[in-house]
Design a protein around this ligand. Structure first.
Ligand code: TNX
Length: 685
């Protein structure tokens, strides 16, 4: 399908022609055929400059925009465009500025460092109106500069919502003017001023991206109580929490002064964020404090609020009113989908198909996130398979596929537990009470317990373009092999189009622990072959994971807190190695006898590299403890080099199969990610 055009998301309609456009000017020259706005001028110029830098040349670009757009993008905006490239020029035509910007992103992708652009005729329009990335900036602070680069990169893959999770138990990072103490006392000193956020909102608007702020409540609020303990259901002063997991802290939904304060907080939020949606969180409320408080218990009895859900629903209803008074609409996680809530509220579904379907059946519009948790360290194809509009049966099959995936075998028990948990969380489904809601789209989520600003881009961008495609392209665009081929080409694109360089960042990370560039290269065969362990295995650690699987709700100590430095190999490598994706494809080609020379070369080089890395690990490990930790993996890989050689010459024996089997288990928080493909190979051979 991709016929060597590295486009992602793949457009609705692409026609190739022979009319290539030679880039024989030093720069791109912009012609304005329709309206010419300051915003388009600035943004087009910025991208044109980057295109010229990538290819060292330009040509004529005609922009034909029918009408200026509102100052800020909105839900259901028209983002369609056409892009024609012929021997004369590139021409982008759209009804709105937003459409022009999407067309520009496609042109930057077509441009991809060439001296001539292929002739194309593209007509494109998104499948979903809400195509987001949620960034948890509470667990660890993400710098404004990183957010700005993230926006540039989002625009390149046509994502249009940046959702900022601004507060949680560990920090309150919204530095509003009415309650500056919330962030000052409720964080480690890292928070965003109104000015910082204004800059993010401005850049986003220039790129046609909405910014949706989340202030998570009534749970996940430990950090608020450092400054305002009186707002807590149990009015005790708390420090922002250092640990992760669900906390007992909860706001007091019975106090009018809490609503007065929230009204002022929403005023601040609304002043900074023009978007019509404000996210109020609402996830994982621990009812403990509410049930321990006699005042709250009496309040519930007096109002006939049967349980914690009903009380949260009362609280959410009050929040919805406050937001409506400010011309805003509410979005919240799954748990807000309660019968009493105004149906203008949107539900962000994180616990899977059943919760999405319950919310939609109750009449709520939905944003689907369940398949798109980037913090799970999953390979891109798993996320890619999830469709916001997959039927309930399809989602069940997808969840089963994930549970059966050999790459996730080491967390199978946990995945089973999670599925059961999500099912149990959904009792009392009230279906058919209203016209059903609409699936607006989806959001990839990066929860940041194990993510710092330093590693953010490495964690996010290797896979996010695949999710962006799922949210933009027609449903039928779903070939995973083709996706991987194009995904690999997003790396150079992000580098020249958004100044986001995953590889360079990774070198810097390794340099920060004393591994210089030459040493990094010598370790590459090993680093390319490994990945962090999946799902919540790192976050929970073995003990907490076992406790969960065993059904215990006890607090089991986890290996990581806010204070744990994230400076080990598992933090620096990519969650899903792009090299492993290539390795897997080569092995598959050999198994089904479609392999070509480049496949065989890749496998031979893998074997050679896996031998070579032994000396490198020993040498660098002598000085750098984080590399010394890799010794057992290094040994296993050396053994697996023999397996590749045996498989290539069809001499696989029992010893080889045993060696592969023995290499399946994680070592610490790392896996040899090439093993599942090798396992298929030695059993096919
Ligand atoms: C649950 S997903 C959460 C987050 C955590 C995440 C991972 C959701 C709405 N809430 O607070 O970061 O699990 O631990």
């Amino acid at each position: 399908m991709s016929e060597s055009l590295a486009l992602m998301p793949w457009p609705r309609r692409v026609t190739r022609t022979d009319a290539a456009l030679l880039l024989n000017e030093p720069q791109w020259s912009i012609e304005w055929a329709g309206v010419r706005t300051l915003r388009l001028e600035r943004t087009i110029a910025r991208f044109a400059e980057r295109m010229a830098r990538a290819s060292g040349a330009g040509a004529r670009l005609t922009i034909e925009c029918a009408a200026a757009s509102a100052p800020y993008p909105d839900l259901d905006d028209d983002e369609s465009y056409t892009l024609e490239i012929d021997t004369e020029e590139a021409r982008i035509k759209a009804a709105t500025e937003w459409g022009v910007l999407r067309g520009m992103a496609t042109l930057v992708q077509v441009n991809a460092a060439a001296r001539a652009l292929p002739g194309v005729s593209i007509a494109d329009t998104p499948r979903f109106t809400w195509r987001g990335l949620m960034v948890d900036v509470a667990r660890h602070f993400i710098a404004v500069g990183t957010l700005l680069r993230t926006l540039d990169a989002m625009a390149l893959v046509k994502l249009n919502v940046l959702h900022l999770h601004l507060s949680d138990d560990q920090a309150f990072r919204f530095g509003g003017r009415t309650f500056p103490e919330l962030a000052a006392l409720g964080s480690d000193g890292n928070y965003y001023s109104e000015g910082d956020l204004g800059e993010v909102v401005m850049r986003a608007a220039e790129l046609g991206i909405r910014v949706v702020p989340e202030i998570d409540m009534p749970g996940h609020t430990t950090s608020w109580l450092a400054a305002h303990p009186e707002w807590g259901a149990i009015p005790e002063t708390r420090e922002p929490s250092q640990r992760f997991g669900v906390h007992p802290a909860c706001l007091d939904p019975t106090r009018e002064d809490v609503y007065d304060a929230l009204a002022q907080l929403f005023d601040d939020v609304a002043r900074v964020f023009p978007d019509r949606f404000v996210h109020i969180g609402g996830d994982e409320v621990n009812p403990q404090w509410w049930s321990e408080s006699p005042v709250i218990q009496r309040f519930m009895r007096e109002r006939g609020l049967a349980d914690a859900d009903a009380l949260q629903s009362y609280f959410n209803g009050r929040l919805a009113d406050l937001l409506i008074e400010r011309g805003r609409m509410m979005i919240g996680w799954d748990e807000i989908a309660h019968g009493d809530l105004p149906r203008t509220s949107v539900v962000q579904s994180w616990r899977g198909g059943p919760s999405r379907d319950r919310a939609v059946a109750q009449g709520f519009d939905c944003v689907f996130s369940a398949g798109y948790y980037l913090d799970f360290f999953y390979p891109a194809d798993l996320h890619y398979a999830y469709d916001p509009e997959s039927s309930a049966e399809e989602l069940v099959r997808l969840d089963e596929r994930v549970r059966a995936d050999p790459r996730l075998a080491h967390v199978r028990e946990g995945l089973g537990w999670a599925a059961e948990f999500a099912g149990r969380a959904l009792t009392g489904v009230a279906a058919g009470v209203a016209p059903p809601g609409r699936v607006l789209g989806g959001e990839a989520c990066i929860w940041a317990e194990l993510v710092t600003d330093d590693v953010f881009e490495v964690r996010v961008w290797g896979r996010l373009p695949a999710i962006a495609e799922r949210l933009w392209s027609p449903k039928a665009v779903r070939d995973e092999d083709d996706m991987y081929v194009r995904l690999a080409r997003m790396r150079p694109l992000l580098r020249h189009g958004a100044e986001l360089d995953i590889a360079a960042r990774q070198r810097m990370l390794f340099a920060s622990i004393g591994v210089d560039s030459t040493e990094f290269d010598s370790l590459r065969p090993l680093l390319d072959a490994i990945e962090p362990t999946k799902w919540y295995s790192r976050l929970l650690g073995a003990a907490a994971l076992q406790a969960r699987v065993a059904g215990s709700t006890a607090q089991v100590e986890r290996p990581y807190t806010v204070a744990t430095p994230l400076n080990r190999v598992a933090d620096f490598i990519e969650p899903a190695s792009p090299w492993v994706a290539e390795f897997n494809a080569a092995v598959r080609a050999v198994i089904d006898e479609s392999a070509d020379d480049s496949d065989r070369r890749l496998l031979l080089e893998a074997a050679a590299g896996w031998r070579r890395q032994v000396a490198a690990v020993r040498a660098v490990g002598a000085r750098v403890p984080a590399i010394a930790e890799l010794e057992p993996i290094s040994q296993r890989l050396a053994t697996l080099a023999e397996v590749i050689e045996a498989a290539l010459t069809e001499h696989v024996g029992r010893a080889h199969r045993t060696a592969v089997a023995a290499a399946k288990d994680p070592i610490g928080e790392l896996l040899i990610a090439a093993v599942p493909a090798l396992d298929d190979w030695v059993h096919a051979a």
